[in-house]
Design a protein around this ligand. Structure first.
Ligand code: PMP
Ligand code: GLU
Length: 401
């Protein structure tokens, strides 16, 4: 008898992460021998620095291979606290910090911990692909705040004020942003803290790209610009991007003890502690020499300058100069309505498909980030790949009539 495995509604309505999906497709095509230029995933191409790997090897050799405290080992929590003080001037005690299996799990736990069904979370658009799904999985309702490339993707403050209701539980700020690379100004951050204090909502500050900035501004977030708001700010960060440690899966939350304790309960009933060996590696990353960040940042800055110049040189392409992270997010809507041999480009999805099929360029359509006019190109890959990608892009766009 045939059996159609029944599934819960929450998963029937859930789409897989589009960034991971495009990356998987690009890798599969590459494995089949297709000469793919992969500008899709936001994953540093650098290897994890040696002193971090050594800490993990030592952990294994020392037999540090058992369960740890659910919220993370003291050594890692101390390293996180030291980073928060070093970079933000903010002091967090041990019960205000939890380490989890990547920043994504931190965000998942937060949504589960703070949202009741129907609670609203304000998400500035363009947003990182997983925010809406993470909110919805917890029964929350995303409220989208449109932000414009004409303003460099700054927060629309009037729009924000008009969206706040009695159900507003949180706003997510991601600065520098995936996918735009934009960073919020100090004034805007401060303004959001005033609204959070006045209306009683959390600011979820996704600071995962805080160290990858090209505008000379030191890391700052809602809690550092207005310490009065500290207990409303849930700081999310991790080692994936800063230390080229995407596969190690360590992220963390710094915030009010009550929220940290609630996420620890969720973690204790779901994943338990994050990987013990990776915790040792993350502690070494955060407390060891920080020179590796500058090496990677210098390379990202050089690639950013190159890719933005190349994109802007193509007629019809408009691209905001990113302040940080490792993405270029150009407006490609001038090409919509143009034809190629296989059909017509009508939106970001059909443009991304055309680029993959005709030029073997993997990139992520803007619709995945909530704005269909754009395409995201990750430059967390080497200059040769970026150069080849831009050559191919120029040629493929030139063929559209
Ligand atoms: N937030 C943003 C904005 C990201 O781009 C990522 C990277 N995928 C994450 C969170 C989560 O990263 P990770 O789970 O690897 O720590
Ligand atoms: N955050 C990265 C990206 O946006 C990795 C993929 C993911 O976690 O979604 O490409």
């Amino acid at each position: 008898m045939s059996w159609e495995a029944p599934l819960a509604e929450r998963v029937r309505n859930l789409k897989p992460s589009p960034t991971l999906a495009v990356d998987a497709k690009a890798k599969a095509l590459k494995a089949q021998g297709v000469d793919i230029v992969n500008l899709s995933a936001g994953e540093p191409d650098f290897d994890t620095p040696d002193h971090i790997k050594e800490a993990a090897i030592k952990a294994i050799k020392d037999g540090f291979t058992k369960y740890t405290a659910v919220a993370g080992i003291p050594e890692l929590k101390d390293a996180i606290a030291a980073k928060m003080e070093r970079d933000y001037g903010l002091k967090y005690s041990s019960d205000e910090i939890i380490a989890s299996t990547g920043g994504k799990q931190v965000l998942y736990n937060i949504m589960q911990a703070i949202l009741d069904p129907g609670d609203e979370v304000i998400i500035p658009v363009p947003y990182w692909v997983s925010y809406p799904a993470l909110v919805e999985l917890a029964g929350g309702v995303p409220q989208y705040l449109m932000c414009s490339a004409d303003d460099g993707f700054a927060l629309d403050m009037d729009g924000l004020r008009s969206m706040i209701t009695s159900r507003t539980r949180a706003i997510i700020l991601n600065s520098p942003s995936n996918p735009t690379g934009a960073a919020y100004s100090r004034d805007d951050l401060e303004e959001v803290t005033k609204l959070a204090l006045a209306h009683g909502f959390y600011i979820i500050s996704d600071d995962i790209y805080d160290e990858i900035r090209f505008d000379g501004v030191a890391p700052e977030n809602a809690a550092s610009v207005n310490p009065e708001c500290r207990d409303r700010v849930l700081v999310v960060n991790g080692v994936s991007k800063t230390y080229a440690m995407t596969g190690w899966r360590i992220g963390y939350l710094a915030g009010p003890a009550a929220v940290v304790k609630a996420t620890a309960k969720i973690q204790s009933q779901s994943t338990s502690n994050p990987n013990s060996i990776a915790q040792k590696a993350a502690a070494a990353a955060l407390s060891g020499p920080q020179g590796c960040i500058d090496v990677m940042k210098t390379a990202f800055a050089e690639r950013k300058a190159y890719i933005v110049d190349r994109l802007r040189a193509i007629e019809g392409v408009k691209c905001v100069d990113p302040s940080g992270a490792f993405y270029a997010f150009p407006d490609m809507s001038a090409f919509y309505g143009r034809k190629h041999e296989g059909g017509t480009v009508t939106d970001s999805l059909s443009l991304a498909d055309y680029l993959l099929e005709s030029a073997s360029i993997a990139c992520v359509p803007g619709i995945a980030f909530g704005d269909d006019r754009f395409i995201r190109f990750s430059y967390a890959t080497d200059m040769k790949v970026i150069t080849e990608g831009m050559d191919r892009l120029e040629e493929a766009l030139g063929k559209l009539k």
